[in-house]
Design a protein around this ligand. Structure first.
Ligand SMILES: C[S@@+](CC[C@H](N)C(=O)[O-])C[C@H]1O[C@@H](n2cnc3c(N)ncnc32)[C@H](O)[C@@H]1O
Length: 857
């Protein structure tokens, strides 16, 4: 009961509610509305006949849509409440009485449109429903042919069934245009569909059998079942699209095996049955018993007989051979088949399965496959297999490439990943083959960083050509080179993320023994911070004075800018080095305060108290070790972001003419200590707890003088990281580093500092202008002193105002009179806010409530 209720509820869809709202008697109204929208037959009709019209929603729609004074006649088994401008009556549309009544109503008129939405009373079996609905359709068509005007339209509902095609054929004989459609308001779950038949041909004579359901839906003899195909091509299963046989209520069919031996058509049996059994019925079957005992009836044969639906060609042949042998044993007469022109093998094969009985007995032949067909089949199978594997491979490759791209874009590619893939199985045509990328890593860098260009730049092409030439290189060497290149890229990326590593690399460069490979801080680099002209251009536009993100990222790759200018970016630093900034006190202050901060941070205190040993160590061989300890990864706090400036770095940094004292002048090494470990070491040296010799000694181990020739850089880096003893750190050193970091954190961020500097710069410029103007006023004009003073005061006020940001005023409009209601009040421009007494009360109420709550707490 509950389920029924639920289903009934589910049927109340939007069309149900729409019909209710519009006053239609049934949701079916929308079907006619939608059909008419598509085919526009109602507008041009003057006379309409509605067959099966109750409760009358189609008649309502017709009355609404058809021209005034149109004739609308509706009939149904059920009574129809009167509808204005329409005639309705109660009758069975299949009856003669109904036809006569319609005639009486139409008189001499002919209908322009006949519509039929009939549905037999449901509740019986579906097949029966469909059949009676089709009968109803034929009955309505019969009436239509009688009352329709030539070229008229017939619209009918049809339930999809195997007879709908027959109906469609009939419609096509009577109408010039027949279209099947399902309006959106017709539920998807419903099998109903609509036929709109236009252009009634109005034939003068019609065979009465034409619209007789018995004739119209008479079964055409079913095509013979191709059992041979079932038996000899069992792999190709045909779906039962037309349903199961009439009267065949079971899905499982079996027969005694003896019947299979005796039958004239063994193929038919094998094709239709599910099982051949050896079961003895009550009255007994001697033939079956004998067959059961035959030595030819092996276990395999029994197994095959037990489920014929799963057998393949081989098994069917086996059964057919078994049948022949059994027949031979039972003395059935065999007929030699004449295979004229057939090959010996074909004959043998055919003989194998030919059923030879008495003279004139029907023979079932199994045509053997000839050689060519076999070959073709094999070839086809092989081709299929090959294309399948290729497809699989392509799919796999595509998936891998997709993943690789995503990883590249996310900067997640590690050298080892690429290394594996580069040497992987993709072959020479792989899109991301790194072999094809230039050796200096330019393009490769772009690829690894996910900035790959769509069209290869000339260098890439060149690299491709080169790589083709190099293709004969030893694979091992190539892989090694690629690994090295990738390792460099990896280092670059790490460097971008961590200034500490950048500092380490800078030190290595300064040491003089370095690599040409590391070019991160090359002065000629296009993105380098020393390009003053371009920087000036960039900063000219004050509003977007900050670099674009990409540029910023590049600037951030090098550690120098912050070293040199106290956290101002290289471009900003260069910009502020212009003459115009010389006299701006704020800017100098900012720089000085930076420098002071740095001095006060305790770093210089520590480095200043370095013993001569450490100073010497920092310059000598041991400096490497000290520095490396300084920048060692073994730190608790990853946020240690101070860079180390060596002597050489400093020399380069201050070339530009700033007045920072050199190392020689101060007599102190410009060393920053950034790890607790380095601080411990420095303390130990400073306090004399250790000596330079001791330090050198400590850093000596069995790996110190190993032969590093030919070892890849990534390997050495790794070794350097792990072949060094872990040094203890002291509490004081850790505290000192913490202090230093605190001081660092207290600094305003770079962007804030830059913004402040820009503000100061603008103020200075304004002042400059003001000064010029007031000078002009004071000197040139013939104004009195008082007037001059007033104009200067005015200028100053103006300049001050210009410095302040203008705030857009918001007009407050009271919502009374004409201002009440929605939309912008008349005569009000710009931002405005509407207030009314309600809002005022609400705000006051909120405030009161908040106060109360506060008091409670
Ligand atoms: C879906 S309703 C029609 C709805 C109608 N088009 C409307 O808009 O209100 C189907 C109708 O067909 C009618 N019907 C079924 N068999 C009939 C027959 N033999 N003669 C007349 N009407 C019949 C039923 O009484 C039922 O009212």
């Amino acid at each position: 009961m509950a389920i029924q209720k639920k289903n009934a509820k589910a049927r109340l869809d939007k069309y149900y509610y729409l019909a209710k709202e519009k006053g239609y008697r049934a949701r079916a109204a929308f079907k006619l509305i939608q059909l008419n929208k598509k085919y526009s037959f109602l507008q041009n009709s003057r006379c309409l006949l509605d067959l099966c019209a109750a409760p009358g929603s189609w008649m309502q729609v017709a009355a609404e849509t058809m021209p005034v004074k149109s004739l609308i006649v509706g009939v149904d088994l059920a009574p129809i409440k009167p509808i204005p401008r329409t005639i309705s009556f109660q009758d069975d549309i299949t009856s003669d009485k109904c036809r006569a009544t319609i005639r009486g109503h139409l008189k001499s008129w002919k209908a322009d449109t006949v519509v039929h939405d009939g549905a037999p009373n449901v509740g019986t079996a579906w097949v029966q429903d469909a059949f009676s609905q089709n009968e109803l359709v034929l009955a309505s068509l019969k009436l239509a042919t009688e009352f329709l005007a030539p070229d008229g339209t017939f619209v009918t509902k049809v339930f999809r069934s195997k007879d709908s095609a027959k109906l469609e054929w009939i419609f096509k004989q009577l109408f010039s245009k027949v279209e099947q459609t399902k309006p959106p308001s017709s539920r998807n779950v419903s099998a109903e569909t609509f036929y709109v038949c236009r252009g009634f041909k109005a034939p003068k004579h019609m065979d009465p059998r034409f619209l007789d359901p018995k004739h119209a839906f008479a079964e055409v003899e079913a095509a013979a079942v191709n059992n041979e195909a079932k038996v000899f091509n069992p792999e190709k299963k045909k779906r039962k699209r037309e349903g199961y046989e009439e009267g065949d209520w079971t899905q499982f069919h079996e027969a005694p095996a003896s019947e299979f031996i005796q039958t004239q058509d063994p193929i038919e049996m094998l094709g239709n049955l599910n099982r051949l059994h050896f079961r003895q019925e009550n009255n007994g079957d001697i033939a079956l018993a004998a067959l059961d005992k035959l030595p030819e009836t092996t276990e395999e044969i029994r197994e095959c007989c037990s489920d014929l639906k799963v057998l393949g060609r081989k098994e069917f042949k086996l059964l057919l051979r078994w049948r022949l042998k059994a027949r031979e044993r039972f003395g059935f007469r065999q007929k030699k088949t004449d295979h004229v022109g057939a090959s010996a093998e074909q004959k043998a094969a055919a003989d194998d399965v030919a059923v030879e009985g008495a003279a004139g007995e029907e023979v079932a032949m199994v045509e053997p496959m000839d050689e060519e067909m076999k070959l073709q089949e094999d070839l086809q199978r092989m081709k299929d297999m090959q294309s399948k594997t290729e497809r699989k491979k392509r799919k796999k490759d595509n998936e891998r490439k997709q993943k690789e791209i995503v990883r590249m874009q996310m900067n997640m590619v590690t050298p080892s990943d690429i290394g594996i893939e580069a040497g992987g199985p993709e072959g020479s045509d792989a899109t991301f083959r790194l072999k094809d990328v230039d050796k200096d890593g330019g393009v490769r860098k772009q690829i690894v960083r996910g900035r790959m260009v769509a069209n290869p730049v000339p260098e890439v092409k060149k690299a491709e050509e080169e790589s083709e030439e190099e293709a004969e290189d030893d694979d091992g060497d190539e892989l090694e080179r690629q690994l090295d290149g990738m390792y460099e890229d990896y280092q670059d990326r790490l460097e971008q993320r961590s200034t500490k590593i950048a500092a380490k690399r800078a030190r290595m460069k300064a040491r003089g023994d370095e690599d040409d490979e590391f070019e991160g801080f090359d002065k000629d680099d296009k993105g380098a911070d020393t390009d003053v002209s371009s920087d000036a251009d960039l900063m000219e536009d004050e509003d977007d004075g900050f670099e674009s993100e990409g540029e910023q990222a590049e600037i951030m790759t090098g550690p120098q800018p912050r070293d040199r200018e106290g956290a101002l970016s290289g471009r900003a630093a260069s910009f502020f080095q212009q003459d115009i900034f010389k006299d701006i006190p704020g800017l100098e202050d900012a720089e000085e305060s930076e420098a002071e901060q740095e001095r006060d941070s305790g770093i210089d205190v520590a480095s200043g108290s370095l013993s001569p040993e450490l100073k010497a160590a920092s310059k000598g061989d041991n400096a490497d070790q000290v520095m490396e300890v300084v920048a060692d990864d073994n730190v608790e706090d990853e946020s240690e972001i101070e860079e180390v400036a060596t002597k050489q770095d400093d020399a380069e940094d201050w070339e530009e003419g700033t007045s920072r004292p050199t190392e020689q002048e101060t007599g102190r090494p410009n060393i920053d200590i950034i790890t607790a470990e380095a601080m411990t070491l420095a303390h130990a040296l400073a306090t004399g707890k250790t000596t330079k010799a001791q330090l050198a000694d400590d850093n000596f181990n069995k790996f110190s003088h190993r032969d590093v020739d030919g070892l890849p850089e990534w390997f050495l880096d790794d070794e350097n990281k792990h072949s060094r003893p872990q040094r203890p750190i002291t509490a004081e050193a850790a505290k000192a580093i913490k202090e230093k970091l605190r001081a660092l954190n207290a600094r305003p961020i770079k962007k804030v500092r830059e913004a402040k500097a820009r503000k100061t710069f603008r103020a200075a410029r304004r002042l400059e202008k003001l000064k010029k103007k007031s000078d002009g006023l004071a000197e040139g004009s013939e104004l009195s002193e008082k007037e001059k003073a007033a104009s200067i005061a005015g200028l100053m006020a103006k300049a001050k105002k210009a410095g302040q940001k203008k705030r857009k005023q918001v007009k407050v409009i009271k919502a009374v009179g004409a201002n009440k209601g929605s939309g912008r009040p008349r005569g009000v421009k710009g931002k405005y806010k509407m207030v009314d007494s309600r809002l005022k009360k609400d705000v006051r109420g909120e405030k009161r409530a908040a106060k109360k709550m506060k008091g409670k707490r």
